[in-house]
Design a protein around this ligand. Structure first.
Ligand code: ZN
Length: 505
């Protein structure tokens, strides 16, 4: 067996374990009886330990070395085929990340994370930041240690960002977000000067049955192949990959706010389409190349379908009749224009996950600013609540009445995810840039949506974004596909055009 084939075979074994773990995790969130939780935790920990062992096998390091892949030149010699070089780069990165962390640190971290998560849940329930503070301090300390192990000479926050958005740095994201923040605040000011939209009919009681039918319909409309995936119900919607031909999504049903399931289903379908669209050829199948380019690129897919397509007038021109019929009589008497404006209502609020398209980015920018300062030591953990509230006032003009709806609202920092938040906002930016690239390349996506032709949008995304999987770093992908680096002006233009219509200015 050639070294590269042996490498793919070893990688495939890691992938098998990963997918088995995903199956167990999916079951835990959907159908597992509650009494099974302890055994399930043991099963998952066992699979995870096996997966770690596989991923850090010295043979992988030897093979990478034999093929010429090094830390400085992860893709190996230029004489290798492009696809092999991309594969070596991806695998070298994974292998180094997995082997650079001492085993004691990994196990200490796992324990500290589960304690911190529990403390966070309790602190949020009791609105008691002080109780959570020592855990957050610990998690921050661990993440600094992780960063120091991965790249001793780099800025810790840069190293952590790179885990989710390969190649990104704090300085680069700060410059993108700086421009974005100014434009979002300006747009929000304009919207605030206009009469608010009535969206009260979105809160009419709507039974789960009808909403579930609407979800099934929407998945079909978006070409989600249910012979390779399925929809179930969880408190927090997610997408999970159990294999190249098994990508599942979940949604949530709120009988007092049906848009929650409608847009969650579209969002998660967008994630699933990405995973299902990755090149199925043998060089990809069951290897680490069959993964997303980055978290932000993943989010660009869910948000493009949810917002750019799913909250457009053209989409509901096609599909509102179905929704009215399915949810009947909930939307009786509601016209297309009213529905469109209601699902695009903008209102600064306290909670990120409930935010609209315009204010969402500001929630993320706040978190980016704060976590950068926490990592650099510029902000003490004890000062976080005050800094949070000040930032909310400055960016969104609202101040949380308590920490539960302020700095304790998200789970991310509690479980050590520093550097993850920017992906959410970067996803919007990538999405808008893909959209403009479609136009530049002769496809009119807006018109396609109005005509009910979502297939041509999906096929453009498949060719340009889905199929290559992890072949390109996100920065390379956006340049290849659109001809320029990530540029927030696409998203800003999209928002300004759209909301000038929605709010009439
Ligand atoms: Zn998402």
């Amino acid at each position: 067996m050639k070294p590269i084939e042996r490498l793919r075979a070893l990688d495939a074994e890691s992938k098998l374990l990963e997918h088995i773990g995903a199956a167990l995790g999916w079951d835990q969130e959907t159908y597992m009886p509650s009494g099974a939780i302890e055994e399930r935790a043991d099963q998952l920990a066992f699979i995870e330990a096996l997966a770690h062992e596989k991923a850090t096998a010295p043979e992988i390091g030897d093979l990478l070395g034999a093929l010429g892949s090094t830390g400085e030149n992860p893709g190996g010699p230029e004489s290798l085929p492009t696809i092999d070089r991309a594969y070596l780069r991806v695998l070298r990165r994974k292998y180094d990340q997995a082997t650079k962390l001492p085993v004691e640190l990994v196990s200490e971290l796992a324990k500290a994370t589960s304690l911190s998560q529990a403390a966070w849940a309790e602190a949020r329930k009791n609105d008691d930041f002080k109780a959570f503070e020592p855990y957050l301090t610990k998690m921050l300390g661990y993440q600094k240690r992780v960063a120091a192990c991965l790249a001793p000479d780099a800025k810790p926050y840069d190293t952590l960002l790179d885990q989710y958005e390969e190649g990104a740095t704090e300085a680069q994201i700060a410059s993108v977000f700086g421009a974005l923040r100014t434009d979002l605040v300006l747009l929000l000011d304009k919207i605030r000067g206009r009469p608010q939209i009535d969206d009260s009919f979105l809160r009419r009681r709507s039974p789960v049955d009808g909403q579930a039918k609407a979800s099934e319909y929407l998945m079909k409309v978006l070409s989600y192949d249910t012979s390779r995936g399925r929809l179930d119900t969880t408190a927090h919607p997610f997408t999970t990959t159990l294999g190249g031909s098994d990508v599942r999504i979940t949604t949530r049903y709120d009988e007092d706010f049906f848009p929650s399931s409608v847009f969650s289903t579209i969002h998660e379908t967008g994630h699933a389409l990405y995973e299902l669209g990755i090149d199925p050829s043998p060089e990809y199948r069951r290897t680490s190349l069959a993964e997303a380019s980055s978290m932000a690129v993943h989010e660009s897919q869910s948000r493009l379908w949810e917002n750019t397509v799913g909250r457009s007038l053209g989409f509901w021109l096609q599909h509102l009749p179905m929704l009215k019929q399915t949810l009947s009589p909930v939307l009786d008497g509601v016209g297309l224009e009213d529905f469109y404006r209601a699902v695009n209502r903008v209102e600064p609020s306290l909670v990120r996950v409930e935010a609209d398209e315009v204010t969402y980015g500001l929630h993320v920018i706040l978190r980016f600013e704060l976590e950068g300062r926490l990592l650099s030591g510029d902000l003490a953990v004890s000062d976080l609540p005050a800094a949070w509230n000040e930032g909310m006032r400055r960016l969104l003009g609202v101040v949380p009445p308590d920490d539960a709806s302020g700095c304790l609202q998200d789970i991310h920092w509690a479980i050590g995810l520093f550097g993850y938040f920017p992906s959410y906002a970067l996803g919007n930016l990538y999405g808008a840039q893909w959209w403009d690239a479609m136009k530049a390349q002769g496809l009119d996506p807006k018109e396609a949506v109005e005509l009910g032709d979502l297939g041509s949008i999906l096929s453009w995304l498949r060719t340009n974004v889905h199929k290559p999987g992890a072949m390109y770093k996100p920065g390379e992908l956006v340049e290849r596909v659109t001809g320029s680096p990530l540029d927030p002006s696409h998203f800003v233009r999209y928002l300004n055009d759209k909301y000038a219509g929605v709010y009439g200015f």
